[in-house]
Design a protein. Structure first.
Length: 476
């Protein structure tokens, strides 16, 4: 062990100690005030001391997730102890929302064009590309439906009591109010197709941007390599730029989350924390159901060996859970699946393609979170409206595996399209790091399973005769 490694481990242990001390002090102060109301002043001082300890730990670790967690507690404390200041601080969450919303259209435009045109070579692999896409869409649809069913049953957002006035004010702070008119199916269908891409982007008509990006990507994919390359590079540069833009904006996430939670606690009380707990539990139950009701049957129908597959995905899944980033697990996932018996050619095509088209965990989260925002404001979504939202999410969730906090961006886009409140989205961000770990694991495992299923479908899966080269790589 080098001196640098030892120092890093010591720092992590030190940070964990500060976090544990801060959380313990905060909980002890909260319990003391609950059971002994007369100790309010002492309990408040202890809570503020705990928040100071957690701020020190976040500064030592230099982690955005740590600062968001700290901002949640600070926002709750501000909402409880200084409600007038908490309500006034909402301007900071409104600014953060504006910055997030400006990302949505160019990000979706770049990712979809790059994903579709960049995979134009799928035509050269014939039925492999078709089978992969069929598998991706079937599993994504199942994930969306399970997410909708889970949140409809748990009703995690019901009782949050964000009034219509709160919703209207939050929406007005980000986008000018427009009259809500019921559309016939003919009007809705016409409205889906853009007549001017500039106005679609300016007006944040995300579904129109999606349709344009799909058609543009398909058209770009039909061009020769020499004519396609310049525009494809431009789309890739736009996508990478928006990733970097997102990283910059997310630096303000602790301020936005803290202000939004402070305003909500000051306006609605601490009941929001119960709703967030129910939402988190609903997500993990839904992810487990998806694994048992969708992924496991697919694995068994493809006659894949269960125990060896679980061994193969153990390390990639652990990496995905720890980092909350699909890309971090990609190299190891490809090596493990090749060692599992999937031919290198299929691994190299299916898993990277799945990072654009097979984000089942993210799709499940989006459907669940979108309905949560409606429940939080007492908005009833009909089955038909949820079905349209499901189709929309199936399109907009493509190609965002590399975007940090991509769920926030797409969730705001969905809220904008369906007239849902945006304030609950900011509240959800407070537990997004905990939710992100679970959905990222499902994304990674789903793509690993996809490569094995397609290999079996192609008749080229060889669970016994593994690649000697891959096994050597794994052993090293």
């Amino acid at each position: 062990m080098t001196a640098g490694t030892a120092t890093a481990k010591a720092r992590k242990a030190d940070v964990r100690g500060w976090v544990a001390a801060g959380v313990a002090l905060y909980l002890a102060a909260a319990l003391a005030q609950h059971f002994s109301p007369g100790s309010h002043a002492v309990a408040m001082v202890c809570r503020l001391a705990a928040i100071a300890l957690l701020a020190w730990a976040a500064a030592r670790r230099r982690s955005l997730t740590g600062w968001i967690f700290w901002a949640m507690l600070a926002g709750i404390e501000l909402g409880l102890d200084a409600p007038h200041a908490a309500i006034a601080s909402r301007v900071f969450s409104d600014i953060f929302l504006r910055l997030i919303r400006v990302i949505v259209a160019p990000l979706i435009l770049g990712t979809l064009i790059t994903g579709i045109a960049g995979h134009a070579s799928a035509r050269t692999v014939g039925r492999l590309g078709i089978k992969s896409l069929i598998y991706f869409e079937v599993l994504t649809t199942a994930a969306l439906m399970i997410g909708l069913a889970a949140i409809d049953l748990s009703k995690a957002g019901v009782g949050l009591n964000l009034s219509a006035a709160h919703t209207a004010n939050a929406a007005a702070a980000v986008v000018p109010a427009t009259p809500q008119v019921a559309l016939s199916w003919q009007q809705f269908l016409v409205h889906v197709f853009p007549e001017n891409i500039a106005s679609a982007v300016a007006e944040n008509q995300i579904l129109q941007v999606v349709v344009f990006a799909i058609l543009f990507g398909l058209a770009l994919g039909r061009l020769s390599e020499t004519k396609r390359a310049p525009l494809l590079r431009l789309a890739e540069s736009l996508t990478e730029t928006m990733f970097a833009f997102t990283n910059i904006v997310m630096l303000a996430a602790p301020v936005g989350v803290g202000a939004a939670l402070a305003y909500t606690v000051a306006s609605s009380g601490l009941g929001v924390m119960v709703n967030l707990g129910k939402l988190l539990l609903t997500l993990y139950v839904a992810l487990l159901l998806f694994a048992l009701l969708a992924m496991l049957p697919v694995l068994l129908l493809a006659r894949l060996p269960l125990i060896p597959f679980l061994r193969a995905i153990a390390e990639p899944a652990t990496i995905a859970f720890a980092t909350s980033t699909s890309e971090a697990a990609l190299p190891r996932a490809m090596e493990e699946m090749e060692a599992f018996g999937v031919p290198r050619g299929i691994v190299a095509f299916v898993i990277p393609t799945g990072y654009s088209f097979n984000l089942a965990g993210s799709a499940l989260y989006l459907s669940l979170a979108a309905v949560f925002t409606a429940q939080a404001a007492g908005i009833q979504m009909s089955v038909g409206r949820q079905a349209v939202m499901l189709l929309t999410l199936m399109l907009t969730s493509k190609g965002v595996a590399g975007v940090p906090r991509a769920g926030l961006v797409l969730l705001l886009a969905t809220a904008s399209m369906f007239g849902l409140p945006i304030e609950p989205v900011m509240i959800i961000l407070g537990i997004d790091a905990l939710m992100d770990m679970g959905r990222t694991v499902v994304n990674v495992v789903g793509n690993c399973l996809a490569s094995a299923v397609v290999a079996r479908w192609e008749g080229s899966f060889r669970s016994e005769a593994q690649s000697a080269e891959a096994v050597t790589v794994l052993e090293n």
